[in-house]
Design a protein around this ligand. Structure first.
Ligand SMILES: [Zn+2]
Length: 174
């Protein structure tokens, strides 16, 4: 059981989700073995999904390993690290679930609230006006910070849902 959990949570920082340059919702998943098929589409319409990436132009990489995307400029500034990828992919999965479960809802990534003082990872507004903020927490969060954020959401009339994701050094499997 412990080994299953470890295997499930093992870091795989390979870059397989890209954003659309036109700002369209959702991310594009690169299926394994499809580097060549997606090559031209990737170079012309896709980009790195990490906010503030200094060099977001990307291409695809094939070969024997799992096919993936890669930055055209490969250096320390574009090496985002596994935590960033886990965060982006978790948000994408949750946003996709919200879109599927509530097709009439408005689902927003990185929703800016309180004039920029707060950003919700995924924000869902239902047709009746009910609002949910989904927070994916991967880095450690002091309990006072959590209480402060939770209480802010409660006072704003927003239902906050928290997912504490444990991976890598934060995972204690036994
Ligand atoms: Zn990037």
């Amino acid at each position: 059981m412990t080994s299953d959990l470890r295997a499930f949570a093992a870091d795989d920082p390979r870059f397989i989700y890209a954003a659309c340059r036109d700002g369209g919702p959702g991310l594009v998943h690169l299926p394994d073995g499809e580097a060549e098929t997606y090559g031209s589409l990737t170079r012309t319409t896709l980009m790195c999904p990490v906010p503030g990436c200094p060099a977001p132009s990307i291409t695809t990489v094939g070969g024997d390993r799992r096919h993936h995307f890669r930055h055209l400029r490969n250096d320390a500034a574009t090496d985002h690290g596994p935590e960033t990828w886990h965060h982006i992919e978790s948000k994408e999965v949750l946003a996709e679930c919200a879109r599927t479960r509530y097709p009439n809802a408005v689902v927003t990534f990185e929703k800016v609230l309180a004039a920029g003082a707060r950003i919700a990872d995924v924000f869902v507004t239902l047709p009746d006006g009910t609002r949910f903020a989904i927070e994916v927490q991967i880095s450690p969060l002091p309990v006072e910070r959590f209480r402060e954020r939770h209480s802010w959401y409660r006072h704003a009339g927003i239902v906050d849902v928290w997912l504490f994701v444990h991976a890598g050094v934060h995972l204690r499997a036994g």
